[in-house]
Ligand binder design. Structure first.
Ligand code: PNS
Length: 162
C-alpha cells in the first residue's frame, strides 16, 4: 500500500490545502494529513483548533485521515508506514523552502521521499496568511477557506472560544 503524509501548520486550512490534498489522495492509496508544529511560526489558532478545522474540511475524503502530531515529521511518517511526504508549492520561494525541507527529512530517514504538488492556477494566491488577514478584518472567508472549517470557526466565535 502506498501511504503518504501531508504535513503542515494548517493555520487555518485553506482551499489550496484541500486541492493539494485531494490530488494527493488520487495519487496514493492512503494519505495522512497532519497538523504539526512549525518552530518558526506563532499560530493564530491552537493546535487542537487547527486539527478540528482540518477534520471538518476533510470529512468525506475516503482514503484521507486527519491527525495531530507534536513531534518530528520523520518519526510520524515512520509510525504510519509512509514513505512519501506531500507538500504544495505556489511559487519559486515555496519551492526553495520545500527543497531544503525535503533534504532534511531525507537525511533524517533515507526511505522518505518528498512529492511536490504545484498549486492550481486559480488557487495560487490563497494562503493561510491571507486567510488570517481575512479573519482579522472580517472579510468573506468563502474565498479562501473550506465551508466546513468556516462553520466550525463561527461556532467558536459565538461560544467565545476563539
Ligand atoms: O505549513 P508549514 O508551516 O509550512 O509546515 C511546516 C511543517 C509543520 C511541516 C514543519 O515545520 C515540520 O515538519 N514540523 C515538524 C517538526 C519537524 O519534523 N521539523 C523538520 C525537521 S527538524
Amino acid at each position: 500500500m502506498k501511504t503518504a503524509v501531508y504535513p503542515g501548520s494548517f493555520d487555518p486550512v485553506t482551499l489550496g490545502h484541500l486541492d493539494v490534498l485531494s490530488r494527493a489522495a488520487a495519487l496514493f492509496d492512503r494519505v495522512f494529513v497532519c497538523v504539526m508544529m512549525n518552530a518558526g511560526k506563532n499560530p493564530m489558532f491552537t493546535a487542537q483548533q487547527r486539527f478540528e478545522m482540518l477534520c471538518a474540511a476533510t470529512n468525506g475524503l475516503e482514503n484521507v485521515t486527519a491527525e495531530l502530531w507534536t513531534g518530528l515529521l520523520a518519526d510520524y511518517a515512520r509510525s504510519r508506514d509512509a514513505r512519501w511526504l506531500v507538500k504544495g508549492v505556489r511559487s519559486a520561494t515555496d519551492f526553495d523552502d520545500e527543497f531544503s525541507m525535503a533534504q532534511i527529512n531525507r537525511a533524517l530517514d533515507g526511505e522518505l521521499d518528498t512529492v511536490l504538488i504545484p498549486s492550481r492556477a486559480g488557487l495560487m494566491h490563497i494562503s493561510s496568511t491571507m486567510a488570517r488577514e481575512m479573519i482579522k478584518y472580517s472579510q468573506p472567508l468563502e474565498l479562501c477557506m473550506p465551508q466546513a472549517a468556516i462553520q466550525l470557526m463561527k461556532g467558536w466565535n459565538s461560544d467565545g472560544k476563539s
